[in-house]
Every structure is written in C-alpha cells, then in structure tokens.
Ligand binder design. Structure first.
Ligand code: ATP
Length: 330
C-alpha cells in the first residue's frame, strides 16, 4: 500500500530539495501517494494563512509529513517558526526530535556515529513568560522553562529504546544540572530511574558546556545523546557543523506513540541566497526522507538511500539528486 505523505515544500530551496527527496524514494521503489500543502512564508504573505486548525486536521490524516524549509526574509522572525513549526510540534505531539550525526569531524581520522534526541515539546519553547513596561528603562522580560515528569520521561525512554537498536548501547544525558537545579534535578532523577530498567546500557552525564567541547574534540565518545529542547537546538547545529555541514544534517520530529503523523525535515533553512538557482545540496532532505522511511517500516529502502548518499559529490541540486537516485536503482 502506498504511504500517504503530506509534502510541505515551503519557501526558498525547500521545494527544490523535497522534489529530489521524492525522486530518490521513488527510485528506491517506495510507493508514495503525495499531496502538496502550500504553507510557509510566501503563503502567509499572500493570504495570511500560517497553519489553520482546518489544515492541521487535514494533516492528521497522513502517514507522515515531509517538509523542505519555511521562512522568507520579509516575514518577521518567529511568525512562521511559532505559527507553523512549533504549532505542528505541539499539536501533533512530536515530542522527540531525532538527529543522526555520521561524519568525520575536522582534525579527526575516524568517522563518528551518534544520534541526538532532543525533547521537542517543552522547555523554554512553550512560550511561558511575558513582558512588563515594554520599551521603558524598567522593562521586565521573563521566559520560563516547562519540564514535566511525563514529558521528560517519555523522551528519555525513547533514547534508551533507540540505544537498544544500536551497536554500542550507550546514552549520555546533557543538561546544566549544576545551575538549572530544579529542571536539572528532574532530568537527572528521571534519567537514573529509566536507566535502572536498562542495566546493559552504558550511561554518562555531561554539562552542556562540556558537551560543546567534546562534540568538537571527542565526538566518538557519543552514541545516543538525550537533552532538553533548547540545549538540543544548539547542540544539533554544532553536531551538524562537525559532521559534514548543513547540507547533510537531517532530522525527524517524531510522535512515537503514533497518534498522528510524524514530520521529517532537513535542519537547514530556506537559504534565500541560493534559492531558485539549482545550487542547494538536497542530501539533507534525502536523508530526512530516509528517516521517514525507517519510521514507516521501509528500513531496507532507507538503508539503501543512506548508502547512496555517501560521497554523492557536489554539483547542482538536480545532479546530486540524479546521482543518488541512480545509485539507489542499481
Ligand atoms: P533559518 O533561520 O531558516 O535557519 P538561515 O538563513 O539562518 O535560515 P539557512 O537557510 O540554513 O539558515 O542558510 C544558512 C547558510 O547555509 C546560507 O548561506 C545558505 O545558502 C547555506 N545553506 C543552507 N542550506 C543549504 C543547502 N542545502 N545547500 C547548500 N547551502 C545551504
């Protein structure tokens, strides 16, 4: 049966790279039934729609959502991020953000292979807080971080379950427990309690500042890293930078309970500077599609696509897509 996929190409290079991802999946013999949803900055500028409740309900009927990139320079920052990306994460309960990092960091000889699991629905991203006396010398701004036992536990549990499928079976918690003592204590206690259920799985803890050093100097120490929403946002950009760059970084926004579709997107943005020029590297979008296929139970096609992406070379967007598609077909 064909997988029903909602495709949100979005803005800038988004539609260019998702087109290559679909081409590659079809070359791998995966049956897809795709529907395009025109959402993003350009749509917002045209008629004001970001993501209405009706559109969200339509999306719920799909097996998965494949997203390119959203945002245009003429839309104020935050509008599309909050109204589209964060709304999908919260409303579809995409509580795990999974980002794999395979590559050879600058200055290293051997490739690393680790995954960051970022909590995706809580922390400072819930928008708790407010401002008082805005624009005056006495302005006050607060931004809270929400951490629930349920939210933290389901994310940590996912990380341990993922570790069971990997060769090294090791999970590192990254936080800032020495300063963020309330949230840090909840994360650490929950981590320790879940870890006790997985006695064969190795564990470690790093403060987030130390993790920034290790990501660059010693990325081989990591297998599965689990962390909160904000630390995960920052760390995964660093992970991308030491793993071959922005053109390769893929991500999955997962609802592991499968009460609705999960969403798959490259980490990079809409790159307006190179949009429409056939210059974007589509590999991150193709690798995001491979994560989608894993989640849809098409792991054979996903594995073939991943190996076809190895050293897919440089060139135009369509050239790289054609190269990967041809390798997948062989
Ligand atoms: P956003 O806020 O949406 O992340 P941004 O402009 O901060 O947007 P990107 O859109 O990811 O970030 O672009 C950052 C830089 O990386 C730009 O110079 C862009 O051209 C480049 N870039 C991003 N994605 C790709 C890609 N797939 N292939 C080649 N270059 C890319």
């Amino acid at each position: 049966m064909a997988h029903k996929i909602a495709v949100i190409g979005g803005d800038g290079i988004g539609p260019e790279v998702t087109a290559e991802a679909i081409k590659v999946m079809e070359a791998a013999g995966v049956e897809l039934d795709t529907t395009d949803f025109e959402l993003g900055g350009a749509r917002y500028l045209r008629d004001g729609e970001i993501l209405s409740d009706e559109t969200l309900d339509e999306l719920r009927a799909y097996d998965a959502i494949l997203l390119g990139a959203v945002g245009t320079p003429d839309v104020p920052p935050g509008v599309i991020e909050r109204g589209l990306l964060l709304k999908m994460r919260f409303e579809l309960d995409l509580y795990v953000n999974q980002r794999p990092f395979v590559g050879t960091a600058p200055g290293h000889d051997e490739a690393h292979d680790f995954v960051v699991i970022r909590e995706n629905t809580e922390g400072p991203y819930v928008g708790e807080g407010g401002v008082l006396r805005k624009g005056t010398p006495n302005e006050v701004a607060t931004q809270g971080s929400v951490n629930t036992r349920m939210g933290v536990e389901r994310c940590i549990r996912y990380a341990f379950e993922l570790a069971q499928t990997r060769h090294r079976k090791h999970v590192t918690l990254v936080h800032k427990t020495n300063v963020l003592t309330f949230a840090g204590d909840l994360w650490q206690r929950t981590f320790d309690e879940v870890a006790a259920e997985y006695p064969d799985t190795g564990i470690a803890y790093n403060h987030v500042d130390a993790a920034c050093i290790y990501f660059v100097q010693d990325p081989h120490r990591y297998d599965v890293v689990v962390t909160d929403n904000l630390f995960g946002d920052i760390l995964t950009d660093l992970g991308g930078a030491v793993s071959g760059g922005i053109g390769l970084a893929s991500s999955a926004n997962l609802n592991p309970s499968r009460t609705g579709p999960s969403m798959f997107e490259p980490v990079h943005g809409s790159a307006p500077d190179i949009a429409g020029k056939n210059l974007a590297n589509p590999t991150a979008a193709v690798l995001s599609a491979a994560l989608m296929l894993d989640f849809l139970g098409e792991s054979d096609a996903a594995t073939r696509i991943r190996s076809a992406c190895d050293d897919a070379g440089s060139g135009s967007t369509t050239d790289i897509g054609d190269t990967i598609a041809a390798r997948v077909r062989d």
